[in-house]
Design a protein around this ligand. Structure first.
Ligand SMILES: Nc1ncnc2c1ncn2[C@@H]1O[C@H](COP(=O)(O)OP(=O)(O)OP(=O)(O)O)[C@@H](O)[C@H]1O
Length: 454
């Protein structure tokens, strides 16, 4: 475990003495004289434990504690307090400090408390790793997807760069998580970056980090995402969106395993495994000059194509089972099921949004109709309509030389007739499905055909 310890003490003699004793006990001590210095250090380094004097020249121990908890909420804080400030220390413990030492204290007591604090952090880290190691569930009965999983299992324990290719919503991010969990780096962070979601002007600072004052607005130093992935995995989603200039910089980091924060000359060693993903055709980006060849070859070490849901029809039913189970559990509701006709419609639908679209649909149905057996009429129009030639006859023969109003009226008539037909002429059922009153339906029919109510 990282034995970094932040020591904040303004009294030089006491600071030196403490630093010496703690270093002798093999802690890696970084000392600060003031609250501000401590805050700057907290932007640069992760400290599992901090030992803080409650009386500092610039900030009160309580203020520093609050700021510290914002920057590193997992840090375990021990306060040093004089007799006069014991009450403050107790208040600080209510705000999340772990323990306090009343001055003067013996070195053995300090070392004992320190050992306990680090032990606690170790347990927390192990617990977290255990929780995160839970299986990433990937329901699949399709040979194509099974083959992909086989390749993932082979690639996972290596440090090779993996490039996940496939349409939006097929589960690339989920596979990246699977790869990370099955790698040697699973105890370390998986840092996910959606390159398309970060504005180009901010991308470099976000990835590489920056020093205080590196540019206007950089009021404090910032640890970049590449550094945050230290020891773990960096997942760069939408890699096709990375601007050319940034490709050069990233390539350099990938080759030299070193980076420089914005506004700094210092090279920092970095060690992460890269997984990249895109729904774009990278060869086309190459041809269009939007991706550098050297960057492409660096990414394209283990390319894995994730099939769309259409290419793995065998997976629809297992996926429905898994996702409904998950969502119903989450909402503590009885799970939905599908009648054979509804299931058949789902099987015929193309799911352009892939598993994401399926998941959203299932969540909506589960929340609106918990425990029900879903019938075709409860499915959205795009899925229902995919029955019998995707409902295309409803829009066949439309002319563009009519007004919008005429076109809408024409569609309305066809649509209503079709629903009425599907309901075997039962107007009450048809009106309910159409979401209009029986009277309204009758009026419309009379207008079109002169039929009167029977
Ligand atoms: N095998 C699966 N089992 C259950 N849920 C899945 C599975 N694959 C994907 N999902 C779910 O589908 C949604 C989309 O998956 P994910 O974000 O991994 O897709 P993606 O390919 O990375 O999409 P994009 O290219 O848009 O980033 C997520 O909610 C995810 O949990």
């Amino acid at each position: 475990m990282n034995r970094n310890l932040l020591l904040v003490e303004d009294d030089p003699t006491h600071r030196l003495l403490l630093a010496e004793n703690l270093s002798d006990a093999e802690y890696r001590v970084t000392a600060a004289e003031t609250g501000q210095q401590a805050l700057d250090l907290l932007c640069r380094q992760v400290f599992p434990v901090a030992l803080i004097d409650i009386r500092l020249p610039d900030l009160s121990g309580l203020e520093l504690l609050r700021e510290l908890r914002q920057r590193q909420p997992d840090c375990c804080v021990l306060l040093m307090t004089g007799q006069a400030t014991v009450e403050d220390a107790v208040a600080a413990m209510r705000e999340g400090a772990h323990d306090y030492l009343a001055k003067p204290f013996r070195t053995e007591l300090l070392l004992m408390k320190m050992e306990r604090a680090f032990h606690l952090q170790q347990l927390k880290a192990e617990n977290l790793a255990l929780r995160e190691e839970g299986p990433v569930q990937l329901a699949s009965a399709s040979p194509l997807f099974q083959k992909l999983l086989g390749a993932c299992r082979a690639a996972a324990p290596t440090d090779a760069t993996v490039l996940l290719l496939g349409e939006s919503g097929v589960g690339k991010e989920r596979l990246a998580e699977y790869l990370h969990r099955h790698s040697q780096r699973s105890g370390k962070p998986l840092v996910r970056v959606n390159c398309a979601a970060i504005p180009e002007t901010l991308l470099e600072g976000e990835l590489f980090g920056y020093e205080k004052g590196a540019f206007t607005g950089a009021q404090k130093a910032h640890i970049g995402l590449l550094e945050q992935a230290e020891g773990g995995t960096l997942f760069l989603d939408e890699i096709g969106e990375i601007p050319l200039a940034m490709q050069v910089k990233l390539l350099r980091v990938l080759q030299e395993k070193q980076l420089r924060r914005l506004g700094s000359e210092k090279e920092i060693d970095v060690d992460f495994r890269l997984i990249a993903a895109t729904h774009q055709n990278l060869e086309q980006l190459l041809a269009e000059g939007r991706m550098r060849e050297d960057f492409y070859y660096r990414l394209n070490v283990v390319p894995l194509k994730v099939p769309s849901l259409r290419e793995r029809p065998e997976d629809l039913v297992p996926l429905i089972g898994q996702i409904v189970g998950q969502i119903a559990g989450q909402y503590r509701q009885p799970p939905i099921s599908f009648d054979p006709a509804a299931l058949q419609l789902l099987e015929r639908y193309r799911f352009p949004g892939n598993v994401r679209e399926l998941r959203n649909l299932l969540e909506r149905l589960q929340v609106l109709c918990p425990g029900e057996t879903i019938r075709p009429a409860q499915l959205p129009a795009e899925i229902c309509g995919s029955d019998r030639g995707a409902g295309s006859e409803l829009v066949q023969g439309f002319r563009t030389d009519q007004t919008l109003r005429q076109a809408i009226q024409q569609f309305e008539e066809r649509f209503i007739r079709r629903v009425l037909e599907e309901e075997g002429g039962n107007r009450t059922a048809a009106a309910r499905r159409l979401g209009i009153s029986r009277k309204n339906l009758w009026e419309k029919l009379r207008e079109w055909t002169g039929v009167t109510n029977r």
